[in-house]
Design a protein around this ligand. Structure first.
Ligand SMILES: NC(=O)c1ccc[n+]([C@@H]2O[C@H](COP(=O)([O-])OP(=O)(O)OC[C@H]3O[C@@H](n4cnc5c(N)ncnc54)[C@H](OP(=O)(O)O)[C@@H]3O)[C@@H](O)[C@H]2O)c1
Length: 229
């Protein structure tokens, strides 16, 4: 049996736990130094995953920004940036989104069996659409990624993706950044919604690092025995 990838969750939130606001503009939570830290973490991963809503709303590039880090990856025999991964239940994806249009590396789209045809019509020329069964579970996705040689997976959001990995007990490490302001709008998305999480008042996660990065604070939590910190 192939070992599942090491799964690292990464999120930035406001003091009151929001990962975005309710406007159509993208909310900046991190600062430049923290974005550089995220870039270094990305460069150490084999794949980066975001949910389809984040692809549509944030239009992220999901590439390693630093030229030096890209060159170091290539020197190690890796592609300049990790494989990009998304999950969709609707198949509503735009092939011109930066997720698909930027970078030469592999792009994987996981979707339920009934949506494969639609997803292939939408993005089949710019990505590999994978039938992940019905319903799509994080277990099925990480098993497929393991079969593709992915050893380290970074999940960058949004909350729907984070909640599924956490409640499935498939997260090894969490990098949680708190930005120094409040959003204070119940219409905005939170880090995670409701769920039965493996960490609760009777089972506390282990803090492995707290670091101030300019005006934000990073806390790293070990969520499994596999966490190398
Ligand atoms: N602050 C941060 O660190 C950070 C990082 C990333 C994103 N964000 C924010 O997070 C918000 C989006 O978060 P979100 O929770 O709404 O969405 P999300 O997690 O980005 O994506 C959810 C979507 O992914 C697809 N999906 C997820 N799990 C699935 C499954 N098991 N089966 C089939 N499809 C599945 C569905 O796509 P379809 O709709 O296509 O069916 C679903 O609507 C945005 O506001 C974004 O700005 C913040």
């Amino acid at each position: 049996m192939t070992t599942r990838p090491y799964v690292l969750l990464s999120c930035a939130m406001s003091i009151d736990g929001y990962i975005d606001d309710a406007t159509t503009e993208r909310l900046l939570l991190s600062n430049d130094d923290d974005l550089d830290r995220v870039d270094a973490t990305r460069a150490g991963c084999d794949a980066i995953m975001v949910g389809a809503a984040t692809v549509r709303r944030d239009d992220p590039r999901l590439l390693v920004r630093s030229e030096r880090r890209r060159a170091e990856r290539v020197a190690r025999g890796l592609p300049p940036s990790p494989v990009k991964v998304t999950v969709t239940g609707s198949g509503d994806l735009d092939p011109t989104a930066r997720f698909f249009s930027l970078g030469d590396g592999l792009k994987l789209v996981y979707c339920p069996s009934g949506v494969v045809e639609k997803a292939r019509e939408q993005v089949g020329t710019v990505a590999t659409v994978v039938d992940a069964g019905e319903p799509v579970t994080p277990e099925a996705v990480v098993a497929d990624l393991a079969g593709r040689g992915i050893g380290q997976l970074m999940v960058e959001g949004g909350g729907t993706m984070h909640r599924q990995f956490l409640t499935a007990g498939l997260a090894d490490e969490l990098h949680l950044v708190v930005a120094p302001f409040f959003v204070g709008d119940g219409r905005a998305p939170r880090f995670v919604g409701e769920g039965r999480f493996p960490w609760h008042p009777g089972r506390r996660a282990r803090v492995v690092e707290v670091r101030q990065i300019g005006d934000v604070v990073l806390t790293r939590y070990a969520l499994s025995d596999r966490c190398r910190a």
